[in-house]
Write a protein that binds this ligand. Structure first.
Ligand code: NAD
Length: 274
């Protein structure tokens, strides 16, 4: 019997990068997994033979077998749209027969200083990165309360506490995710619902690929990015997924209100320049 056999999990932003790796690992550990994404079939379908697109939330997509043969279900929804979130979470919970694990992972990036992003951009990013997690959690809580092993894991970032240059809006959004994680953990600890977050460093996902594509020399920029990491390389989506799945699993039964860094030592180490 696999570690997460019988567990029912919903992963937002599960069509790409960290979310996709998490959905795959949850399924590999035996969980029944649903993916909520703007487009669960893009950019790289989890299965070779999807049924095709449907309207937001209304039409669960059969993403076919995962690498380990477990079916993955896809639900098209926009976490910045409350109605589509409520519909997709309800549909996923009904199809899975309940919910034990919610991974709030969908997020968008933002580059610049406080002068570079206008109010509309602040509202857009906070609406996805912060309120998106509020909406999915609010919709999932009635189902999580019915679970004997309920866990919420939020994908935060080292940006929440690192003071990164040119990332004001993104950092503020992840700072809010960290506070949200701690406050939700306090609110729901007596209900048996654990809430934690992971703080990835720069992770090798399509997100970083898109940023590199904008550079004059993407190959040189990638080499420079690797060289800036204490380990000389980015963390992988699979390494972040392993931390998320640990926090979601019974192995972490006494762990709540924590932020687990998966950053190759970026925050903890104080390396002297060579
Ligand atoms: P990604 O772009 O590969 O995947 C993000 C997924 O979220 C995509 O499938 C996208 O469609 C989905 N998404 C975006 N907006 C959505 C919305 N409104 N509704 C539903 N789905 C939506 O990115 P990733 O690197 O895998 O990032 C995942 C999470 O990890 C994000 O929260 C990000 O802030 C966080 N993170 C990433 C890094 C990194 O370096 N890649 C570092 C720290 C934290």
């Amino acid at each position: 019997m696999s570690e997460l056999s019988g567990f029912r999990a919903l992963v937002t932003g599960g069509a790409s990068g960290i979310g996709r790796a998490t959905a795959g690992l949850l399924a590999a550990r035996g969980a029944d997994v649903a993916v909520l994404d703007l487009d669960p079939l893009a950019p790289d379908p989890l299965a070779p033979d999807p049924l095709g697109p449907g309207p937001f939330g209304h039409d669960p997509l059969d993403l076919g077998p995962s690498a380990v043969g477990k079916p993955l279900r896809g639900y098209r929804a926009d976490v910045s749209d409350d109605a589509s979130v409520r519909f997709a979470v309800a549909a996923a919970a009904e199809d899975l027969g309940g919910l034990d694990i919610l991974v709030n992972n969908a997020g968008v990036g933002a580059v610049g200083t406080v002068e570079d992003n206008d109010d509309a951009e602040w509202h857009r990013v906070l609406d996805v990165n912060v309120l998106g997690m509020v909406r999915t959690t609010r919709a999932a809580l009635p189902h999580l309360r019915a679970s004997a092993h309920a866990a919420v894991v939020n994908t935060c970032s080292i940006a929440a506490t690192a003071g990164l240059p040119q990332r004001t809006l993104y950092s503020a959004s992840k700072g809010a995710v960290l506070s949200l994680t701690l406050a939700m953990a306090a609110d729901h600890v007596r209900e048996g619902i654990r809430v934690n977050c992971v703080n990835p460093g720069t992770a090798d996902t399509p997100w970083v690929g898109r940023l590199l594509d904008r550079a004059a020399d993407p190959v040189a920029e990638r080499a420079a990015l690797d060289a800036r990491q204490p380990m000389g390389r980015l963390v992988t989506a699979e390494e972040v997924a392993a931390a998320i799945v640990y926090l979601a699993s019974p192995a972490a039964a006494s762990v709540t209100g924590t932020a687990l860094a998966v950053d190759g030592g970026m925050q903890g180490l104080r390396l002297r320049p060579e």
